[in-house]
Design a protein around this ligand. Structure first.
Ligand code: ATP
Length: 236
């Protein structure tokens, strides 16, 4: 579904992503793990069209999208739930969801259906539909960011560190939702530092180190890998 070939992304002299090639197949959860600054967020931004790709190629459903602007990628079925969530703090939960459907704003029935789907996935959002997003807890904001990304009805959802800064019980809710979405047929790219849980739900995974893929395999294989255990799972 998504293919990256020798992708390079730089910020001035800093090469954040170097020669990354990877493939995401339909219906998979693929996890990308890596330390702080490894280039994970930059890679997702390159996929979403939010950072220009200076070298290599990004293909989505067989179509070269390397130069396609971000909003058109949303229209093609690619959505990003960004790190730090990026919800509109002074808008209600409901309004945040509706804003996520800006490409379908002329189809109120589809928008209402999308909002309902978001509330079914995260019932807490229904309870808090009229609350300003800025006053939600961190976990609730993460749920809102995911539900908002889903409003564009993506076929591929990119999640940038959805568990960041959240209490274990909320992290569990988020991972349960991720698995439910995959079971409903959505393809998911999951960038995480919570390697244990992320590898646990991943069909396949890649390790990113200073902008390069250094290891790949099934989630189970990487969970067993001694170098992964030492570097990302705190095991010795
Ligand atoms: P984290 O887990 O800490 O979010 P990450 O793996 O997502 O890290 P990135 O945020 O992609 O890493 O950063 C990769 C490298 O690119 C880092 O060295 C970072 O300082 C640099 N970088 C990221 N964004 C910018 C920017 N807008 N301008 C300049 N350098 C940047």
């Amino acid at each position: 579904m998504l293919k990256l070939e020798s992708v390079q992304i730089s910020y001035g002299a800093i090469q954040a992503v170097r020669d990354v090639s990877l493939e995401i197949r339909g219906g998979e959860i693929v996890t990308i793990i890596g330390a702080n600054g490894a280039g994970k967020s930059t890679l997702l931004k390159g996929v979403a069209g939010l950072e220009p790709v200076q070298g290599g190629r990004v293909t989505f459903d067989g179509r070269d999208i390397t130069q396609v602007p971000a909003h058109q990628r949303v229209g093609l079925g690619l959505a990003l739930s960004p790190e730090g969530r990026g919800v509109f703090a002074d808008q209600t939960v409901y309004d945040n969801l509706v804003l996520g459907a800006y490409l379908r704003r002329r189809d109120p029935a589809a928008v209402a259906e999308g909002v309902e789907r978001g509330y079914r996935l995260f019932p807490r959002l229904r309870e808090r539909r009229d609350q300003l997003a800025g006053t939600l807890s961190g976990g609730e904001q993460q749920m809102l960011a995911m539900a908002r990304a889903l409003m564009s009805e993506p076929r591929l959802l990119c999640l940038d560190e959805p568990s960041l800064g959240l209490a274990p019980l909320i992290v569990q809710d988020i991972f349960t939702a991720i698995c439910k979405l995959r079971d409903d047929g959505l393809t998911i790219v999951l960038v995480e530092q919570m390697a244990n849980q992320a590898l646990g739900v991943a069909d396949r995974a890649y390790v990113l180190e200073t902008g390069r893929i250094t290891l790949s395999g099934s989630g189970a294989e990487l969970l067993r890998d001694p170098s992964v255990r030492a570097a990302y799972l705190g095991a010795h």
